[in-house]
Design a protein around this ligand. Structure first.
Ligand code: F6R
Length: 262
């Protein structure tokens, strides 16, 4: 696990965007796992800029989104379909047929979930999985107590997450209760994980995920078991970490070949 602390969310997002851009340059048919929410917005902006100004080519890239609200169709302004097209897909040259997002209107959730897992396998697995984190430690919508080996399935949101996400809806009661989400086992099979966390509200979840025990009650702590996981966080999200000086020391003492392109 590598903990990369930058002063601001923008700085952390720029570094992580470079890493994703490099993955795509090295492997033009890379498979990306993508989140929604406020956290990845600066990174998506930077990927769009790199596409427009440096010709980063998404024409052979495939994407799989982590989750979607059940009951919301792709045209719903709060659906994750809508979010992804508005904030990324409409601005890059990824072909529509390469975009995969769980279907919030599926009539057969279990069968849809099996098919989603199969599609990821058929594409050769996810090369780089981008993640945000909930204030309760969730990744995707794997809420506390999610099995650490779970697969894509339906989940019920916690009242805490409904409250956190109410800012996107008219009020709390408009937030769907159910979602389809990739499981922790699905995320763990990706070849590389990048988790972004910004702001004080994420500091406790980051502390527990990085320095606490591996535990289903803190779903992001499963990343302690991933052999290539990196947290890109800002100073506020790092504010409760005990060993932050060590993480900074490691980052500034990387051998030249391991250093990040800025
Ligand atoms: C959404 C997702 C969630 C969010 C998390 C943080 O696709 O996977 O785990 O990353 O709820 O949301 P924000 O970024 O809005 O704080």
């Amino acid at each position: 696990m590598e903990i990369i602390v930058q002063e601001t969310a923008e700085q952390a997002s720029m570094l992580a965007a470079r890493l994703i851009a490099k993955t795509i340059s090295d492997k033009p048919d890379a498979v990306l796992g993508l989140p929604t929410g406020s956290t990845p917005l600066p990174l998506y902006k930077e990927l769009i800029r790199i596409h427009k100004e440096e010709n980063l080519d998404f024409s052979s890239v495939t994407s799989f989104n982590l989750d979607e609200y059940l009951g919301l169709g792709p045209e719903h302004p709060q659906s994750y379909h809508h979010f992804m097209y508005e904030n990324l897909f409409n601005h890059i040259n990824i072909p529509a047929e390469n975009i995969n997002i769980p279907d919030g209107l599926t009539e057969n959730v279990p069968s849809f979930c099996i098919g989603y897992e199969q599609k990821i396998k058929d594409k050769g697995g996810i090369d780089i999985q981008l993640l945000g984190i909930g204030s309760d430690g969730h990744i995707g919508f794997n809420e506390p107590s999610s099995s650490l080996t779970s697969r894509t399935r339906i989940k019920t949101l916690t009242p805490n997450t409904i409250k956190d996400n109410a800012r996107f809806f008219e009020n709390e009661s408009a937030v769907p209760r159910h979602v389809i989400t990739m499981g922790l086992g699905t995320v763990m099979e990706s070849r590389e994980c990048i988790l972004l966390a910004f702001g004080e509200a994420k500091a406790e979840a980051v502390r527990q995920s990085v320095e606490g025990p591996l535990c289903a009650m803190v779903p992001a702590s499963v990343l302690q078991m991933h052999n290539r996981s990196r947290f890109f966080i800002d100073a506020e999200a790092a504010s409760k970490l005990e060993k932050v000086e060590y993480y900074n020391w490691v980052f500034s003492n990387k051998p030249a070949w391991q250093q990040f392109e800025k």
